[in-house]
Design a protein around this ligand. Structure first.
Ligand code: URA
Length: 208
């Protein structure tokens, strides 16, 4: 595990980032403020994959910085016991999908948007070569595991992406919409994360 964010020392990742910043492969580029490439350690052992940027992410250019991001950060820092910069965080699509392109409410990416953007994610996975992928929610789980099975059935069970173990878990936004910190879903996410720690051989932090 690296001790700091080493993204800047990976020129291939940086050149991919530049390609993404100029991308006009699908309609989402017309409403974005900026692309959200992903961030973290270039040699991260764990890669989290979400759906797509929301409003805060579109404005800041960083993944998972809104309310869902705060929960994800707690899961990483308290649940896994490492700084967020030790893992890599990316999304299936790099531009914010909004309902009717009105830039108000978020929506999951459409299949053609996912198809247009997914080569970027696949290249990120190839370059980072994580030991474990954690998919957050239905859309990223369906995409990575190439399945139509819902997240409720898949979470907590190991899958495989080209030889990389995949742990599907609930999306932090879903946990927040269903009770947040008090929700039983939160405990399920915690137990999924524990499986990831065991697989990596990382110590399991004491719960406060
Ligand atoms: N939800 C996602 O799936 N990704 C983000 O970056 C933020 C919220």
């Amino acid at each position: 595990m690296s001790t700091e964010n080493s993204e800047s020392v990976n020129p291939e990742l940086e050149s991919l980032r530049s390609g993404v910043a100029a991308c006009e492969q699908c309609r989402l580029h017309t409403t974005r403020t900026q692309t959200v490439f992903g961030e973290g350690a270039a040699d991260a052992e764990v890669m989290f994959i979400g759906e797509g940027p929301g409003r805060q992410e579109d404005l800041s250019g960083r993944p998972f910085v809104g309310r869902a991001g705060e929960l994800l950060t707690r899961i990483i820092e308290k649940g896994m016991g490492v700084p967020r910069s030790r893992v890599y965080i990316a999304n299936i699509v790099k531009c914010r999908p909004t309902v009717d392109m009105q830039f108000q409410r978020d929506r999951p990416p459409e299949p053609d948007e996912t198809a247009a953007c997914s080569p970027y994610l696949l290249r990120q996975i190839e370059l980072i070569r994580p030991k474990v992928i954690v998919t957050l929610g239905g859309p990223s789980t369906k995409f990575i595991l190439n399945t139509t099975t819902g997240i409720t059935r898949l979470r907590g069970r190991w899958g495989d992406f080209r030889g990389i173990p995949v742990m599907p878990t609930f999306h932090p936004s879903y946990v927040l919409r269903n009770g947040g910190d008090q929700s039983p879903l939160r405990r399920e996410v915690w137990s999924d994360i524990k499986q990831v720690l065991e697989r990596l051989g990382w110590p399991i932090p004491k719960r406060s």
